[in-house]
Write a protein that binds this ligand. Structure first.
Ligand code: ADP
Ligand code: MG
Length: 212
């Protein structure tokens, strides 16, 4: 039986205090199953439904090893849509609000490049975005992913369905080989198995049926 208290995890006191202040008293099922391997720096494939609390699972994985004094992109989250990227970025900002200035930048299409480039130049710790726009920035050399320690593929099955496989592959190849890769998906089709075989190492696989 695993404990459902966040305090049973090796998280910093600042993160634990913040979770408490957000009213996150107990882990959801996906968090209880995924956080121990995530915090042990394992690669992970997690299958769970919408609304199960996936963002905090990978968010805490990014934040517990993030160094705010180092102005480099240390976490990258790829999402299928702009709406999802905005939601993830907001949740990450909430999770990080008690810790030192953690800067989260959203890179999605349909908005001008200039302000995005300015935000990146100012110094970002975490980038959340859609594959097309992330690739655009890489091509223009306005984005440096060479320091990424945690790579997250959120709603990976939807990204594959939307035809982003090749873009995802190009972006992943711009990240360091030595990194942690976390993949979240509602379903587990062959394409997702292919992603994991190509881009992940010895991944822990978990599946959560119920919501909580
Ligand atoms: P998913 O990505 O799995 O669809 P989210 O990460 O967006 O789900 O989380 C769904 C909602 O649950 C969000 O409003 C989030 O703030 C809330 N939430 C996440 N984890 C917890 C928790 N441990 N306790 C209470 N609320 C939580
Ligand atoms: Mg989500």
């Amino acid at each position: 039986m695993t404990s459902s208290a966040f305090s049973s995890l090796p998280l910093s006191p600042a993160l634990l205090t913040n979770l408490e202040s957000l009213g996150y008293h107990h882990m959801t099922a996906i968090q209880a199953q995924s956080l121990p391997p995530i915090l042990a720096l394992r690669d992970l494939i997690a299958q769970a439904k919408t609304g199960s609390g996936k963002t905090a699972a990978f968010g805490l994985g990014i934040l517990q090893k993030l160094n705010p004094a180092w102005f480099a992109i240390q976490g990258l989250v790829m999402c299928p849509t702009r709406e999802l990227a905005d939601q993830v970025a907001n949740e990450l900002r909430r999770l990080a609000r008690m810790t030192e200035n953690v800067k989260v930048v959203v890179l999605c299409g349909g908005t001008p490049m200039r302000p995005q480039i300015a935000s990146l130049e100012f110094g970002a710790h975490i980038v959340v975005g859609t594959p097309g726009r992330i690739l655009d920035h890489l091509a223009r050399k306005t984005l440096d992913l060479s320091k990424v320690q945690t790579l997250v593929l959120d709603e990976a099955d939807r990204m594959v369905d939307m035809g982003f496989y090749e873009d995802m592959a190009s972006i992943i190849s711009a990240c360091p080989k030595r990194r942690q890769t976390l993949l979240f998906s509602a379903t587990y089709p062959d394409d997702i198995r292919r992603v994991s075989a190509e881009f992940m190492q010895d991944a822990v696989e978990i599946k959560v049926e119920s919501q909580h």
